[in-house]
Design a protein around this ligand. Structure first.
Ligand SMILES: CC(C)(COP(=O)(O)OP(=O)(O)OC[C@H]1O[C@@H](n2cnc3c(N)ncnc32)[C@H](O)[C@@H]1OP(=O)(O)O)[C@@H](O)C(=O)NCCC(=O)NCCS
Length: 156
């Protein structure tokens, strides 16, 4: 498994945008995750949404961290990702928001989410973002996962 920060100027990275959309779609359709879109899903709209995130990465508003893993044929592929968001008008520069921690169903329970969040925290700290917040839905797997990664629930 390897972790790479998405570089919007790297054409190999931007070529992965449809794969971001496909994992996003799987998490909504298979896990019923509430992640911006609700079924029926339009893949083109979700691809466009990821293009906007790539644009934000170029602007320095978002950091997208990718996890790559080998499938059963030994081919390395995008297996999951997470976004660190820093609103540029935010008056508290120490704040960061965690968005779209999504791991492909093919690569679950292998520690990818943990590794992605460790890398996100490293990137956040390097940017002076020492308070990270996120929201998730009651009853989803994420509600079980985030406490294991050290996050505490503050509101229901
Ligand atoms: C939640 C999600 C990101 C976890 O990804 P993952 O790579 O399988 O998680 P990890 O293997 O890194 O597991 C991290 C910890 O959570 C635990 N865990 C993982 N999935 C779990 C589940 N469904 N129920 C309970 N615990 C779980 C693991 O055991 C591990 O704890 P440990 O290290 O103490 O053993 C993944 O299931 C997913 O993408 N779900 C759909 C989308 C979603 O809900 N995203 C988050 C909010 S948007």
């Amino acid at each position: 498994m390897s972790l790479v920060v998405f570089d919007p100027t790297n054409s190999k990275h931007t070529a992965l945008i449809p794969s971001f959309a496909d994992i996003h779609i799987q998490c909504i359709e298979i896990d019923e995750t509430i992640a911006t879109f609700m079924p029926p899903l339009n893949r083109h709209v979700i691809i466009d949404w990821w293009k906007e995130r790539a644009f934000d990465a170029a602007e320095g508003k978002r950091v997208i961290i990718m996890a790559f893993s080998e499938d059963t044929d030994g081919a390395e592929q995008l297996a999951g990702f997470v976004i660190l968001y820093r609103p540029l008008i935010e008056p508290s520069p120490f704040r960061g928001t965690v968005e779209k921690l999504l791991v492909s169903p093919k690569f679950r329970r292998q520690g990818l989410a943990r590794k992605l969040m460790e890398k996100l925290e490293e990137e956040a700290k390097a940017r002076g973002q020492t308070l990270l917040t996120l929201d998730t839905t009651t009853g989803g797997s994420a509600e079980m996962v985030y406490p294991k990664l050290g996050y505490i629930q503050v509101l229901v």
